[in-house]
Design a protein around this ligand. Sequence first.
Ligand code: KG4
Ligand code: ZN
Length: 328
Amino acid sequence: MILAIETSCDDTCAAVVDGPRVLSSVASSQARLHERYGGVVPEVASRHHLELVNAVIEEALASAGCELEGVDALAVTTHPGLIGALLVGVNSAKALAAATRKPLIAVDHLHGHVAAAFLEPDPLEPPFLALVASGGHTLLAAVREHGSYEVLGRTLDDAAGEALDKAARLLGLGYPGGPAIQREAESGDSAAFSFPVAMSRGGGLDFSFSGLKTALVYAVRDLGPDTTAERRADLAASFQAAVVSQLVAKLDRALKGGEWEAVALGGGVAANSLLRERAGELCERRGMRLKLVPIELCTDNAAMIGSAARYGEAVAYPGYLGWDAAAG
Ligand code: KG4
Ligand code: ZN
């Protein structure tokens, strides 16, 4: 049994996992606090992690029906993320592990998003191809064994979630942008505007979303504020469709070689219903298994950190006392 802690961005999370079983997963979102700024304010995030972290850990233990003494090890996200935010989780984990003389496991946040696929329901075992799209990262990864992956493609500029967050801000839809765009897009026409889908020649697997973002900036400027407001749903639907088209097109490219029999989607953007639907169609057409991680395990959570920790190095007390967090 592992008690995992995750505070890399604006969600204060703790979870208890037992192998692939999630015994509890608690996430306290700070989204409402950051909404009025249109994005995460790092200092505000750290301060709130500090206020919330103990209660979140206690709740994770209580709803798992166990005590701190009963867990075998602790795990914590040490990188990448907002440094002040990460430090709260790292220091809490170090303190709890040291007080109980338990081992501690350091986890890379992106490994966590991949490892969400190893959790129930229907755990997926390697090998598989993973598409991880979050607020800070977008990558295609070859997962050949637990505990490591090879990056086949990544974004050259903005992450998919970052593009959605910036688009939502431009359209006055609030933060976080992905869910807001998805909601607005429901009543819009995705063919109303034709936004660019960056597809490099030569079959490369890298992503690019900055051209798409610029296209939206120009569209909004040309329409003017009144027409932009009137056509907000069409703009949101067309923008969302362009983001999803690129993600699915690169996934399709990566699958062409025929090496893979299974695909997993992870990261906050994998909560997007259009992406889930389009990836489902693609995998069905190609006759491969698609692991759709439950939505609450796509967005930041600590269960995925506990899942990755199963394949990480458990460092015995006092070896971890000198650990630090890292932004990159
Ligand atoms: O993985 P995550 O929770 O945090 C990071 O590691 O960044 O991902 C957050 C990102 C944000 O950009 C958010 O707008 C996006 O995931 N997101 C979504 C949806 N839910 C969250 N994007 C599209 N559709 C959603 N339903
Ligand atoms: Zn994340």
